[in-house]
Design a protein around this ligand. Structure first.
Ligand code: ACO
Length: 335
């Protein structure tokens, strides 16, 4: 699968994290854990936490404003807003619709997409299809999460891992051979039980019994998710590269999902990439699910790490189970 039609590239990026920082040392006071264990087993040192009264749409809005400014795009130019999140303000309406109104994106369609930590890459691939077909020109893609609101703060197996934040990118048509050159999306629903929020929808509606059993909190089989992640991360990037007609050595930058430093290192090894070419910010933000990749992307782009023409690979995995990767030839002028 070589991408056909107009090439969709990133015109601008932005990210936002809430001010409050929760360090590993802070967590030591909440659960039976310690900084040394968390750093050694995950690579995380601190994470940002949204105030109780701040919904995910607020984080998404702040990231969107930055991406639009970076792209020089007026909200009125947007044809579509896609929000990848598993912590939307409501089950309905979609967070994307709230943003459409708040941004004043008067001509934009809007919907949310749930693919957990793979969500931003899934949404980017959707955006590339609409731009590739010529139907839409400017699409705002956001990954945003407030996982702190769903964490069981008494469960040391999960509460040390997650953080809050949002990252955004504006996609639009770019010159040939640039932008998204290939992608790979996948799912394995047989692993649905390994990671999720059991009482969060129509199967087990939230009630007092569910709350008492903490079924409205994140439940995870960390070992199984770890094994799955190590298996799929390198493999999905290799499939994306093949789809783009490129060899393994072509990647200049890998932007992986930031769930565990050991998973990132194993993906880099499989792709024969030195860690200097891998964008890693897990120590500052933890796992921000759908927001991890766009935050890392925006932070690296903002620091001027990508040069025009660089091959940038995005790769994620998450609940579902899902995985996703894509290959971009960086189209934006050097900042
Ligand atoms: N502090 C101290 N000790 C801990 C902690 C903690 N925070 N958490 C677990 N331990 C203990 C365990 O209880 C266990 O003790 P025991 O041997 O006495 O039973 C010991 O440490 C080892 O536990 P393991 O689960 O074997 O630890 P592991 O090295 O596998 O690391 C981890 C656990 C970090 C969760 C790892 O399995 C992992 O990262 N898995 C992937 C998770 C992931 O990526 N999830 C997100 C997916 S993205 C999405 O869709 C949201």
């Amino acid at each position: 699968m070589i991408m056909k039609g107009n090439n969709a590239g990133i015109l601008g990026t932005g990210f936002y994290v809430p001010e409050k920082v929760l360090t590993n040392f802070d967590l030591e006071k909440i659960v039976d854990t310690n900084d040394a264990w968390i750093v050694e087993r995950t690579g995380i040192r601190e994470r940002h936490i949204a105030p109780d009264d701040v919904p995910v749409s607020e984080l998404a809005y702040q990231a969107a404003l930055k991406a639009l400014a970076d792209a020089g795009t007026d909200p009125d130019e947007l044809d579509l807003i896609l929000v990848a999140t598993l912590t939307s303000d409501y089950i309905v309406p979609a967070t994307a619709c709230l943003l459409q109104d708040r941004l004043g994106a008067h001509h934009a369609a809007a919907f949310d997409l749930v693919a957990a930590c793979s969500g931003f890459v899934y949404a980017s691939a959707v955006a590339a299809q609409f731009i590739g077909s010529g139907i839409y020109k400017k699409i705002l893609v956001i990954g945003a999460e407030t996982l702190s609101k769903y964490v069981d703060w008494e469960d040391r197996n999960t509460c040390v891992l997650f953080g809050d934040g949002a990252g955004a990118a504006v996609y639009g048509p770019v010159e040939p051979e640039h932008g998204m050159l290939g992608f790979d999306l996948g799912s394995d629903g047989s692993g649905a039980d390994y990671l999720g929020i059991p009482s969060s929808g129509s199967k087990h509606p939230v009630d007092e019994k569910m709350i008492a059993q903490k079924m409205n909190r994140i439940h995870m089989n960390g070992k199984e998710v770890f094994k799955f992640a190590v298996r799929v991360m390198g493999a999905t990037v290799q499939r994306s590269l093949a789809n783009a007609g490129l060899e393994k050595g072509a990647i200049d930058w890998l932007v992986p999902h930031q769930a565990n430093i050991r998973i990132i290192e194993s993906a880099a090894k499989r792709l024969a990439m030195p860690l200097e070419k891998v964008i890693i910010n897990i120590e500052k933000y933890g796992n921000v699910s759908a927001a991890s990749i766009p935050i890392a992307l925006a932070e690296a782009a903002g620091a001027g790490r990508f040069k025009r023409g660089d091959i940038v690979a995005l790769a994620g995995f998450g609940a579902g189970l899902t995985w996703a990767s894509c290959i971009l030839r960086w189209a934006k002028e050097d900042s």
